[in-house]
Design a protein around this ligand. Structure first.
Ligand code: FAD
Length: 497
């Protein structure tokens, strides 16, 4: 894409693009619409206010800082300066359009319960002032109101949802459109915040070195990840995606969360690879269906506004959760005594990401073995994941806890030892993240508490000292969880499975 400063009279009024969950230039419908019309100005608002969504977690803040740094630089290459503002968009956006003399504003739609009235209110106010407001579809391939059951309602089960959604995804993805050349608006000297002043980066202590080693936030980083995945990991994804020691998934989740790459580009890249190599058809289809879960989760939070905070199955709202800070802390710190759980929690802490299979295992352990409320885990993930996402996170937790739509039943309790042995048979993952167990033989790596004393000694492991004893016995924990479910069954008439 080239930038251009000609073609419009200097007096042409600009369009303002409000960047939100879409920190990219390519295939950006709001930016494209503004560029089509003439000169462009750009703003990002750090929304702060009690009714303006959940404050960002630490890992999200780290990512946002770097992503905005990249976007600012990328827009500057086209001569556009990204205005940064902090506060309430209901005040800031009307003031900005006035100060810029903008005659239009464009944004890409978002689907959170809190954001919809905010966007609608701004739209109504600006429209009354004679300013064109363009809101565009970009974050998903199917908007929550587009995929409907035969009776016209929302799907509650993934498989029929995706059967209906997939042809719509294909059709929408076809419409991918590079942003046209950007025309610069000679903006009046508007005050922009300094990104540094937002203090998004951790300082005391700075825990972000593992994130920096793992990720390249920004559009270029996202495009590299996609290209690398399609070239190297799409073949075999169907099987490989279950092996946490393998880099067999796309690692696109934070890039998709921040909209650094368009979902259409991701979908199309998989589709193009499948067309070019028929051998990819199975793996490609598995990948497309994972993208489908993202669509499904977004429609859940749209149709069920309290889905991010409340068990979707009402019967679970009176579940007898424990609330034991010491158990929660052991889980958060990767000190439960179950190696696959501890490995996952430490991968999360160090890199801001955890493999999907292991997310399911650690979540099941928290909710079932420890009987902790799924929202305790969801909140920890919110603070520590670089891909923490209101829709996908709540959907993931509610799926594991058995209280979500199309969820895994609560009585299905992952055994952390056999999960480890099945998906990390050689122990590469556990050895990488729980190095104090590295010298244990594979036979005991996932169950060190069953290891003979002499073998432990030879491996340099002292249980209870160098590595914790299990904080809960597996069989007892499992029984306690099933008993809790049984007590709930007795006290409620609602749907539990
Ligand atoms: C308890 C729990 C919490 C989770 N929290 C989040 C979260 O906060 N943010 C998040 O993006 N994902 C979440 N997931 C889903 C999934 O674990 C991650 O999307 C995935 O591990 C990201 O890695 P990837 O990009 O390499 O995935 P890939 O396997 O390469 O998948 C490609 C993309 O599809 C989407 N996707 C894949 N699986 C799912 C899924 N189950 N649900 C929704 N979208 C999916 C993601 O956008 C992902 O980037 C959670 C899952 C569980 C079990």
């Amino acid at each position: 894409m080239q930038s251009a400063t000609s073609g419009h009279s200097p007096a042409a009024r600009p369009s303002l693009v409000w960047f939100r969950d879409d920190l990219r230039i390519d295939d950006h419908p709001a930016l494209a619409a503004a560029a089509q019309a003439g000169p462009v100005c750009a703003v990002y608002i750090l929304e702060t206010g009690d009714d303006l969504g959940r404050p960002l977690g630490g890992a999200l803040k780290w990512w946002l800082h770097h992503s905005l740094t990249r976007l600012k630089a990328d827009l500057a290459d086209h001569g556009i300066s990204l205005i940064l503002k902090r506060g309430d968009p209901r005040k800031l956006i009307p003031a900005l359009t006035k100060d810029l003399g903008a005659n239009a504003i464009h944004w890409n739609r978002r689907y959170y319960a809190w954001s919809r009235p905010v966007d609608a209110g701004i739209k109504a106010e600006l429209t009354d002032l004679g300013i064109d407001v363009g809101s565009h579809k970009a974050h998903v391939l199917t908007e929550p109101w587009e995929v409907k059951t035969g009776a016209g309602g929302a799907f509650k089960v993934f498989t029929p949802f995706f059967r209906a959604a997939q042809p719509m995804c294909d059709a929408w993805a076809e419409l991918v459109a590079p942003t046209p050349p950007l025309t610069v608006h000679n903006a009046p000297d508007l005050q922009s915040d300094s990104l540094e002043d937002w203090n998004l980066l951790p300082k005391t202590p700075d825990w972000s070195s593992g994130l920096a080693e793992t990720w390249e936030p920004g559009e270029a980083g996202a495009q590299k990840r996609l290209a690398h995945f399609i070239e190297n990991a799409l073949l075999g994804y169907g099987e490989g995606r279950n092996i946490p020691s393998k880099p067999a998934t796309s690692f696109l989740s934070p890039h998709l969360h921040f909209g650094e790459i368009s979902i259409r580009r991701v979908w199309n890249a998989a589709r193009a690879a499948m067309r070019a190599k028929p051998a990819l058809s199975h793996d490609g289809q598995v990948f497309l269906s994972e993208l489908g879960w993202r669509e499904f989760s977004t429609q859940l939070i749209y149709h069920y506004e309290d889905f991010p905070q409340e068990s979707w199955k009402e019967a679970f709202r009176s579940f007898p959760w424990k609330n034991e800070p010491s158990a929660q802390r052991a889980w958060q710190r990767g000190q439960t005594g179950y190696p696959i759980v501890d490995a996952g929690m430490r991968q999360l802490w160090k890199t801001g990401w955890m493999h999907n299979r292991v997310r399911m295992i650690v979540a099941s352990f928290l909710v079932k073995h420890l009987l902790e409320d799924w929202r305790v885990g969801e909140a920890w993930f919110w603070d520590t994941l670089v891909d923490a996402d209101v829709a996908n996170n709540a959907a993931g937790w509610q799926w594991v806890a058995g209280c979500g739509a199309d969820a895994s039943p609560y009585f299905r309790i992952f055994n952390p030892m056999s999960q480890g042995e099945k998906f990390d048979p050689e122990g590469h993952y556990v050895r990488a993240w729980v190095p104090e167990l590295a010298k244990l033989p594979n036979k005991y790596l996932h169950r060190p508490f069953e290891c003979p004393t002499e073998t432990l000694r030879m491996a340099g492991v002292r249980l209870g000292q160098t590595y914790p004893l299990p904080i809960v016995n597996h069989e007892k924990g499992r029984k306690r969880a099933l008993d809790a479910l049984a007590s709930l069954k007795q006290n409620t008439s609602g749907d539990l499975v």
